[in-house]
Design a protein around this ligand. Structure first.
Ligand code: ZN
Ligand code: ZN
Length: 368
């Protein structure tokens, strides 16, 4: 099976996050047919391993592809369209898996490198807590010195033949915020007998949004106080989102959110609850790896676009938190349309480009 055949096979049989059973079997069968050692990881993922012929196997490079699909009814008219009605590879993860397979196949045949090459076919990128956290929780690289983790994502803003790189902070962390203020509600005309839960929440919201700085977004999008013109409610709730590009910044804002809650409790005599549902950490590219990738790409005749930061999130952030990592974008052409829609269709010509880039990057790090 070649990578385009694998891509179409996966596209035809997409599966939702953490339900990638058939996908897992398909990938393992394809790897085994090539004589590549592999095993299950993170439930429905696959971990492949290739030892280089030049020894020094403790040193490792990890190549990562996500494999899950989305709950979307496909509207593309291709002969490999989804046969799993209501589920579609609308984020290009079928492309990612196919390219990783292609790279592993080629490097397994050559084996002309030092160290160990891992390929992670990772489940559940699209759903909290993210398959990356499950992969790492199993500590699969505990006996190795991981020199780099490399991942790529299709991007319709770039043409085929281009890749996009953003050195340093690249994609945002994504946390959900939930607030509740509780107190003695009561008759709005007899303020001395009740706690002003509404004003307390209003004050909390203003303090929350004042935490915005250039490297962080904190927004409140929902506030509910179900009292009346003359009723102060016992409970007021609010919800929001928080995005940061940097772990220290994220922790700093968490501390402020908790500190604000204490201040409001003392000032208004109410109880304040802050619930932070942690999403993915920010994707921070290793700066050295980023510039090395630009050199490698130029050498391969691949055009480079330096990208701006993105406020979307990716569970690849879990790898960048632990290891020197690089996550770059692969051009699949504007005609591909928008990802996460029923007509997203990346150009398969990008597969060869993504394979060349990933293969060269792996060899560059392993043999340096
Ligand atoms: Zn997606
Ligand atoms: Zn994606």
């Amino acid at each position: 099976m070649n990578s385009i055949e694998l891509r179409r096979e996966l596209h035809r049989h997409p599966e939702l996050s953490f339900e990638e059973h058939r996908t897992q079997r398909t990938i393992m069968a394809a790897l085994e047919a090539e004589g590549i050692a592999c095993r299950e990881i993170a439930g429905t993922g696959v971990l492949a391993r290739i030892k280089g012929a030049r020894g020094n196997h403790r040193r490792a490079v990890v190549l990562r592809a996500d494999i899950d699909a989305l709950p979307i009814v496909e509207r593309n008219e291709v002969d490999y369209r989804s046969e799993n009605e209501g589920v579609m590879h609308a984020c290009g993860h079928d492309m990612h898996a196919a390219m990783l397979f292609g790279v592993l196949t080629e490097l397994n045949r050559e084996r002309d490198f030092e160290g160990t090459l891992f390929g992670v076919f990772q489940p559940g990128e699209e759903l909290n807590p993210g398959g990356a956290s499950k992969v790492l929780a199993e500590e699969p690289f505990a006996d190795y010195d991981v020199a780099a983790v490399v991942g790529q994502h299709v991007d319709a803003r770039l043409e085929v033949g281009q890749i996009g790189i953003c050195p340093g902070m690249f994609m945002a962390s994504n946390d959900e915020l939930r607030f509740a203020v509780r107190g003695r509600g009561g008759h709005a005309a007899r303020r001395a007998e009740c706690d002003d839960t509404v004003t307390a929440m209003a004050d909390l919201v203003v303090r929350t949004t004042s935490l915005n700085v250039p490297d962080a977004v904190v927004s409140v999008g929902r506030v509910i106080a179900e009292g009346a013109t003359n009723v102060i409610p016992d409970r007021v709730t609010a919800e929001g989102t928080m995005r940061t590009f940097d772990t220290a910044e994220r922790e700093r804002i968490y501390a402020h959110l908790r500190g604000n809650a204490k201040t409001i409790e003392e000032k208004y005599g109410v109880e304040v609850e802050v619930d932070i549902s942690r999403g993915y950490p920010s994707v921070v590219n290793d700066v050295m790896l980023s510039y090395e990738a630009m050199i490698v790409a130029a050498d391969e005749g691949i055009a480079i676009r330096e990208l701006e930061r993105m406020t979307t999130a990716e569970d690849f952030g879990y790898y960048t938190e632990r290891y020197a990592s690089l996550f770059y974008r692969l051009g699949v052409g504007r005609a591909a349309g928008s990802s996460h829609t029923a007509t997203f269709l990346p150009d398969e010509a990008a597969i060869a480009v993504g394979e060349r880039m990933m293969r060269r990057m792996a060899l560059h790090v392993l043999n340096k």
